[in-house]
Design a protein around this ligand. Sequence first.
Ligand code: SAM
Length: 162
Amino acid sequence: MTRLDSAIRRLTAQRDSLDWATQLTAPEGVVLELGLGNGRTYDHLRTRLPRREIYVFERSPAAHPDCMPPDPYLIVGDIFETLPVFIERFGPGAAALIHTDIGTGDEEANRKLALRLAPLLEALLQPGGILLADRAFAMPSCADISSETGIAEGRYFAYRRT
Ligand code: SAM
Protein backbone atom coordinates (compact mmCIF):
# COMPACT_ATOMS: atom_id res chain seq x y z
CA MET A 1 0.00 0.00 0.00
CA THR A 2 1.42 3.42 -0.96
CA ARG A 3 1.28 6.45 1.31
CA LEU A 4 -1.36 7.84 -1.05
CA ASP A 5 -3.46 4.67 -0.63
CA SER A 6 -3.07 4.93 3.12
CA ALA A 7 -4.09 8.63 3.22
CA ILE A 8 -7.17 7.89 1.08
CA ARG A 9 -8.11 4.98 3.33
CA ARG A 10 -7.79 7.14 6.46
CA LEU A 11 -9.80 10.03 5.02
CA THR A 12 -12.49 7.68 3.70
CA ALA A 13 -12.84 6.09 7.15
CA GLN A 14 -13.03 9.56 8.69
CA ARG A 15 -15.70 10.77 6.26
CA ASP A 16 -17.78 7.58 6.56
CA SER A 17 -17.56 7.70 10.37
CA LEU A 18 -18.74 11.31 10.41
CA ASP A 19 -21.64 10.42 8.10
CA TRP A 20 -22.58 7.53 10.38
CA ALA A 21 -22.35 9.56 13.62
CA THR A 22 -24.21 12.62 12.34
CA GLN A 23 -27.20 10.44 11.45
CA LEU A 24 -27.37 9.24 15.06
CA THR A 25 -26.67 12.53 16.80
CA ALA A 26 -29.36 13.46 19.32
CA PRO A 27 -31.32 16.63 18.47
CA GLU A 28 -30.35 18.32 21.75
CA GLY A 29 -26.80 19.13 22.84
CA VAL A 30 -23.81 20.92 21.39
CA VAL A 31 -21.37 19.44 18.88
CA LEU A 32 -17.61 19.72 19.41
CA GLU A 33 -14.78 19.51 16.89
CA LEU A 34 -11.36 19.13 18.54
CA GLY A 35 -8.64 20.18 16.08
CA LEU A 36 -9.69 22.49 13.24
CA GLY A 37 -6.61 21.80 11.09
CA ASN A 38 -7.43 22.99 7.61
CA GLY A 39 -11.15 22.70 8.34
CA ARG A 40 -12.01 19.64 6.24
CA THR A 41 -13.88 17.68 8.89
CA TYR A 42 -15.43 20.83 10.38
CA ASP A 43 -16.81 21.66 6.92
CA HIS A 44 -18.23 18.13 6.67
CA LEU A 45 -19.80 18.30 10.12
CA ARG A 46 -21.47 21.66 9.55
CA THR A 47 -22.84 20.44 6.21
CA ARG A 48 -24.22 17.24 7.72
CA LEU A 49 -25.57 19.06 10.80
CA PRO A 50 -26.88 22.41 9.55
CA ARG A 51 -28.28 24.76 12.20
CA ARG A 52 -26.45 22.90 14.98
CA GLU A 53 -24.12 24.73 17.36
CA ILE A 54 -20.63 23.40 16.57
CA TYR A 55 -17.82 24.56 18.86
CA VAL A 56 -14.34 24.15 17.40
CA PHE A 57 -11.20 23.94 19.53
CA GLU A 58 -7.83 24.78 18.01
CA ARG A 59 -4.58 26.18 19.38
CA SER A 60 -3.36 27.73 16.11
CA PRO A 61 -6.22 28.39 13.71
CA ALA A 62 -5.00 28.35 10.11
CA ALA A 63 -7.88 26.81 8.18
CA HIS A 64 -9.00 27.77 4.71
CA PRO A 65 -10.96 31.05 5.18
CA ASP A 66 -14.16 29.36 3.96
CA CYS A 67 -13.83 26.81 6.76
CA MET A 68 -13.19 29.19 9.67
CA PRO A 69 -15.92 28.86 12.34
CA PRO A 70 -17.74 32.08 13.28
CA ASP A 71 -16.23 33.93 16.21
CA PRO A 72 -18.14 32.65 19.24
CA TYR A 73 -17.75 29.07 18.02
CA LEU A 74 -13.96 29.06 17.54
CA ILE A 75 -12.25 28.46 20.87
CA VAL A 76 -8.57 29.23 20.56
CA GLY A 77 -5.98 27.72 22.90
CA ASP A 78 -4.69 24.43 24.17
CA ILE A 79 -7.63 22.08 24.75
CA PHE A 80 -6.29 21.15 28.18
CA GLU A 81 -6.89 24.78 29.16
CA THR A 82 -9.99 25.57 27.08
CA LEU A 83 -12.01 22.37 27.63
CA PRO A 84 -12.19 22.68 31.45
CA VAL A 85 -13.41 26.28 31.04
CA PHE A 86 -15.99 25.07 28.49
CA ILE A 87 -17.21 22.38 30.91
CA GLU A 88 -17.61 25.01 33.62
CA ARG A 89 -19.56 27.24 31.25
CA PHE A 90 -21.88 24.62 29.74
CA GLY A 91 -21.90 22.07 32.53
CA PRO A 92 -21.07 18.39 32.32
CA GLY A 93 -23.04 16.34 29.81
CA ALA A 94 -23.47 19.20 27.34
CA ALA A 95 -22.31 17.44 24.17
CA ALA A 96 -24.33 15.25 21.83
CA LEU A 97 -21.35 14.59 19.54
CA ILE A 98 -17.60 15.12 19.88
CA HIS A 99 -15.16 14.53 17.05
CA THR A 100 -11.50 14.54 17.99
CA ASP A 101 -8.67 14.55 15.46
CA ILE A 102 -5.66 16.08 17.17
CA GLY A 103 -3.09 13.31 16.97
CA THR A 104 0.27 13.37 15.23
CA GLY A 105 2.57 10.71 13.79
CA ASP A 106 4.07 10.17 17.27
CA GLU A 107 2.16 7.16 18.67
CA GLU A 108 3.57 7.45 22.20
CA ALA A 109 2.55 11.11 22.38
CA ASN A 110 -0.88 10.17 21.00
CA ARG A 111 -1.33 7.51 23.67
CA LYS A 112 -0.50 10.00 26.44
CA LEU A 113 -2.77 12.60 24.89
CA ALA A 114 -5.71 10.15 24.79
CA LEU A 115 -5.14 9.20 28.44
CA ARG A 116 -5.18 12.85 29.49
CA LEU A 117 -8.11 13.79 27.30
CA ALA A 118 -10.41 10.86 28.16
CA PRO A 119 -11.79 12.19 31.50
CA LEU A 120 -12.58 15.57 29.93
CA LEU A 121 -14.48 13.90 27.08
CA GLU A 122 -16.39 11.65 29.46
CA ALA A 123 -17.44 14.71 31.45
CA LEU A 124 -18.61 16.50 28.32
CA LEU A 125 -20.71 13.74 26.74
CA GLN A 126 -24.41 13.60 27.53
CA PRO A 127 -25.95 10.17 28.18
CA GLY A 128 -26.17 8.57 24.74
CA GLY A 129 -23.68 11.13 23.38
CA ILE A 130 -21.17 9.92 20.81
CA LEU A 131 -17.41 10.35 20.66
CA LEU A 132 -15.80 9.83 17.28
CA ALA A 133 -12.02 9.65 17.38
CA ASP A 134 -8.95 9.09 15.27
CA ARG A 135 -7.61 6.80 18.00
CA ALA A 136 -8.75 4.51 20.77
CA PHE A 137 -9.83 5.94 24.13
CA ALA A 138 -10.27 4.17 27.46
CA MET A 139 -13.42 5.60 29.07
CA PRO A 140 -15.17 3.55 31.77
CA SER A 141 -18.48 5.40 31.35
CA CYS A 142 -18.63 4.78 27.58
CA ALA A 143 -19.24 1.72 25.44
CA ASP A 144 -16.96 1.06 22.47
CA ILE A 145 -19.35 0.99 19.51
CA SER A 146 -16.70 1.14 16.77
CA SER A 147 -17.97 -2.15 15.33
CA GLU A 148 -21.37 -0.50 14.65
CA THR A 149 -19.92 2.09 12.28
CA GLY A 150 -19.32 -0.36 9.43
CA ILE A 151 -15.73 0.94 9.16
CA ALA A 152 -12.92 -1.65 9.06
CA GLU A 153 -11.65 -2.43 12.56
CA GLY A 154 -8.98 -0.08 13.92
CA ARG A 155 -9.39 2.68 11.32
CA TYR A 156 -11.65 5.01 13.31
CA PHE A 157 -13.16 4.74 16.78
CA ALA A 158 -16.64 5.40 18.19
CA TYR A 159 -17.93 5.43 21.78
CA ARG A 160 -21.34 6.03 23.33
CA ARG A 161 -21.79 7.46 26.82
CA THR A 162 -23.89 5.08 28.89
N1 SAM B 1 -9.70 17.32 11.26
C1 SAM B 1 -8.90 18.39 10.69
C2 SAM B 1 -9.22 18.56 9.23
O1 SAM B 1 -9.99 17.73 8.69
O2 SAM B 1 -8.72 19.49 8.61
C3 SAM B 1 -7.42 18.13 10.87
C4 SAM B 1 -6.97 18.28 12.29
S1 SAM B 1 -5.22 18.27 12.43
C5 SAM B 1 -4.83 16.60 12.18
C6 SAM B 1 -4.96 18.43 14.14
C7 SAM B 1 -5.17 19.86 14.67
O3 SAM B 1 -5.25 19.78 16.10
C8 SAM B 1 -4.02 20.80 14.36
O4 SAM B 1 -4.52 21.95 13.69
C9 SAM B 1 -3.44 21.16 15.72
O5 SAM B 1 -3.03 22.52 15.82
C10 SAM B 1 -4.61 20.89 16.66
N2 SAM B 1 -4.18 20.52 18.01
C11 SAM B 1 -3.33 19.52 18.35
N3 SAM B 1 -3.17 19.46 19.68
C12 SAM B 1 -3.93 20.46 20.20
C13 SAM B 1 -4.17 20.93 21.52
N4 SAM B 1 -3.59 20.34 22.58
N5 SAM B 1 -5.01 21.97 21.69
C14 SAM B 1 -5.61 22.56 20.63
N6 SAM B 1 -5.43 22.17 19.34
C15 SAM B 1 -4.59 21.14 19.13
